[in-house]
Design a protein around this ligand. Structure first.
Ligand code: DX5
Ligand code: ZN
Length: 245
């Protein structure tokens, strides 16, 4: 069954990152950004769920239990899970069972393993294509992510095997960092290789002031953490509209 990323009603989709929400009041904050503006919400499309393992990035955030409880409180939410972890296969089944709709993992642990550097001893390594197949077998769409220093040539041979490519516009690890415009060249290059049913997502430092350049470069899913949740609830709808353009 096609999901929102394959059959979006409108583009771009706006995906607030719950990393910048109130973790002790998550159901309220996450529900508010997804409700229509006419119902006191912000009218966003997707919840972006940033998972960090303390190895691939130093920070430690949340895991499958958060997804399970988001699913319970918000049965209709589209949950876009972005794992910044060394071993994405280790957590895949748990996120699927918890109710994730989409699962994006990074290319860098694969590159680092091939180079024999930078890997946590916890990592078992993975084949990105095989892992994408596993993701789809579990009923989710699959995304591949690259960090700002990673060359676009590393992902181009793989793009046809994914439902979504996520280009980081900050070095991952925390919210609230400055947008890196130099990654827009990679977005344009990747866009040339995508089919109409594939999405191009951008994540990091996206706000009304930077979203226009992302949309023009071809992004059709815009993640925004601090730009949305950093505002009082009553002002978030205007931010989401500005991100859509
Ligand atoms: C960065 C995360 C982002 C982050 C975005 O490591 O992947 O999703 O939450 O936050 P802002 O929009 O504040 O840069
Ligand atoms: Zn993210």
């Amino acid at each position: 069954m096609a999901n929102l990323f394959q059959r979006p009603g409108r583009l771009p989709l706006v995906a607030p990152s719950i990393l910048s929400a109130d973790f002790a009041d998550m159901a309220r904050d996450a529900g508010q950004v997804l409700r229509p503006e006419s119902d006191g919400g912000a009218g966003a499309d997707v919840l972006h769920v940033d998972v960090m393992d303390g190895h691939f990035v130093p920070n430690l955030t949340l895991g499958p239990d958060m997804v399970r409880d988001l699913r319970r409180h918000l049965p209709d939410a589209f949950l876009d899970v972005h794992v910044m972890v060394n071993d994405p296969g280790q957590y895949l089944a748990a996120f699927a069972k918890a109710g994730a709709n989409h699962y994006t993992f990074h290319i860098e642990p694969v590159i680092d393993r091939a180079a024999g550097t930078g890997m946590s001893p916890l990592s078992q390594g993975y084949d990105p294509r095989a892992l994408a197949d596993e993701v789809r077998k579990l009923g989710m769409t699959a995304g591949l992510c690259l960090n700002p220093p990673t060359a676009v040539e590393r992902v181009l041979p793989l793009v046809k095997d994914f439902d979504l490519i996520l280009v980081m516009s900050v070095n991952p690890g925390k919210g609230g960092q400055a947008f890196m415009p130099e990654v827009l060249a990679k977005v344009k290059e990747i866009k040339r290789h995508l089919r109409a049913d594939q999405r191009l997502e951008m994540d990091g430092g996206i706000a009304p002031a930077t979203a226009g350049a992302c949309r023009e470069a071809g992004c059709d899913v815009l993640v925004a953490g601090s730009a949305v949740f950093g505002k009082p609830a009553a002002e978030r709808g205007a931010v989401v509209r500005a991100l859509r353009g």
